[in-house]
Design a protein around this ligand. Structure first.
Ligand code: IMP
Length: 430
């Protein structure tokens, strides 16, 4: 059984949650390998909208085991809130169904406070982080003072926690921010530990054994390719490996498990971004408002985690080709095709111009795109409502041409197209 990897090809928010939910129906394990509760995955099942930040959306299916990998940074308070929310919907979230890597790092309230203080100190050049403590938790991992779930299994845990809180307090006070209450954090973590200990697992053994026994493993990426710490629009990125290769280090899977992997890139039919950083195809005005939506619907372009209005623009085919290269994508899924209905002219960026020179591919990474002028291929749009379409041949021919143009530009087949937020609102491409 090959592993299937689901990654975002843009700046996150491509709609990966509902795609994971779709494939989870046939998966034995659904595993997150990077990031933390900076992610926001929305899945609509019937009348219920699930907003998940940490637990893979596969948990909604009764048989799949959800796994949180060592590549993640996990805020136990958010995790417990999410577990409660799921239980409220009648979804079983015991240790049999949810496993947390012993080597995943803990996010504490101090990390969150430091994240906010550091981004505020950047002033105008701020990254616009989600304020969830992601950067500081990964920093602590890299400088080797971080706390892992395995630390909760040791008697030295509270000492380590208190030392870390005091060290971060020094940083906070040097930034002019309020210090955190050491005793309160200790009390809270005593409670988190008592609940979460049974969930701690050697995820590498669990998944490697499962793979050997031909179980189907679905790896769920968070954020998107262009937010990858190495390959994204650095420094306007998150702090983890969001791309497909991160699966193997982030879950403790050996490279041979990659043989025959299906690498699915999820791509919105247009481009969005939250936070700062370059965005060559960004649009403002009427078309932007049309693409973003009013904010009244849960699927409008407002952050699941922060509620911020997303920046929007035309699909960037150059960046999409880059995502194909970095991830080794074997297929694409295009989400939110229905949002394009009613736009009588569509554009796809096929190259950039800088100082009179045409650029067709990303060289030296996508960080320096600030003054790149996009070159567009313009295509006719369609007026029909496509939300009810389930068969490829019933899509307007302009929509099929748009998809064909994406395939041609990237050299990767489009497997499926989403025409609405519901589970069943998908069209398998021919
Ligand atoms: P951080 O991950 O909170 O450090 O934020 C770094 C950058 O990544 C900011 O621009 C965030 O808006 C962005 N970001 C982080 N997580 C997501 C996500 O799940 N979707 C979209 N953008 C995200």
């Amino acid at each position: 059984m090959p592993i299937q990897i689901i990654v975002g090809t843009q700046w996150g928010d491509e709609g990966k949650g509902r795609i994971v939910d779709w494939y989870a129906a046939k998966s034995d394990f659904v595993a997150r390998y990077n990031g933390g509760d900076n992610a926001g995955h929305s899945v609509t099942v019937g009348n219920t909208l699930f907003k998940l930040h940490l637990i893979p959306s596969g948990i909604i299916h009764p048989h799949a085991v959800a796994v949180l990998g060592n590549g993640m940074v996990i805020n136990p308070q958010s995790l417990l809130a999410e577990m409660e929310m799921l239980k409220g919907h009648g979804i079983l979230v015991g240790p049999q169904r949810l496993r947390i890597s012993h080597a995943a790092h803990l996010i504490t309230p101090s990390h969150q406070a430091l994240d906010k203080a550091l981004d505020a100190a950047r002033g105008k050049g701020n990254i616009g982080t989600t304020g969830r403590g992601i950067g500081p938790a990964y920093t602590d991992k890299a400088i080797r003072r971080g706390l892992r779930f395995s630390d909760m299994m040791e008697s030295s845990f509270l000492n380590k926690l208190n030392t870390l809180t005091r060290e971060i307090n020094n940083q906070l006070s040097s930034l002019g921010a309020d210090e955190m209450d050491v005793a309160k954090i200790e009390q809270d973590f005593i409670q988190y530990r008592s609940i979460l200990l049974p969930y701690i697992t050697d995820v590498s053994i669990l998944l490697s054994d499962a793979h050997e026994k031909k179980a189907f493993i679905l790896a769920e990426g968070a954020q998107g390719t262009l937010l990858d710490i190495d390959h994204g629009t650095y420094p306007y990125v998150t702090s983890s490996s969001t791309t497909a290769p991160g699966v193997f280090s982030g879950l403790g899977l050996g490279l041979t498990t990659a043989n025959g992997a299906i690498v699915t890139g999820v791509c919105k039919s247009f481009q969005t971004r939250v936070g700062s950083g370059p965005f060559p195809t960004e649009v403002i005005g009427e078309i932007a408002e049309r693409l973003r939506g009013s904010g009244k619907n849960p699927w409008d372009e407002f952050g699941t985690t922060t509620g911020r209005a997303r920046r929007v623009g035309w699909l960037d085919g150059v960046l999409l080709r880059y995502a194909v290269r970095i991830n080794g994508l074997t297929e694409l899924i295009i989400t939110k095709m229905d949002i394009l209905s009613g736009l009588m002219e569509l554009k796809i960026c096929v190259g950039y111009r800088k100082n009179g020179v045409e650029i067709r591919d990303i060289v030296f990474g996508p960080s320096n795109l600030e003054d790149y002028e996009p070159m567009y291929e313009t295509m006719p749009g369609w007026d029909e409502d496509i939300c009810g379409v389930r068969e490829w041949d019933r899509l307007p021919h302009q929509a099929r041409s748009y998809i064909a143009a994406i395939s041609k530009l990237t050299g990767v087949p489009v497997r499926m197209v989403c025409v609405g937020p519901e589970r069943e609102q998908v069209v398998t491409a021919k």
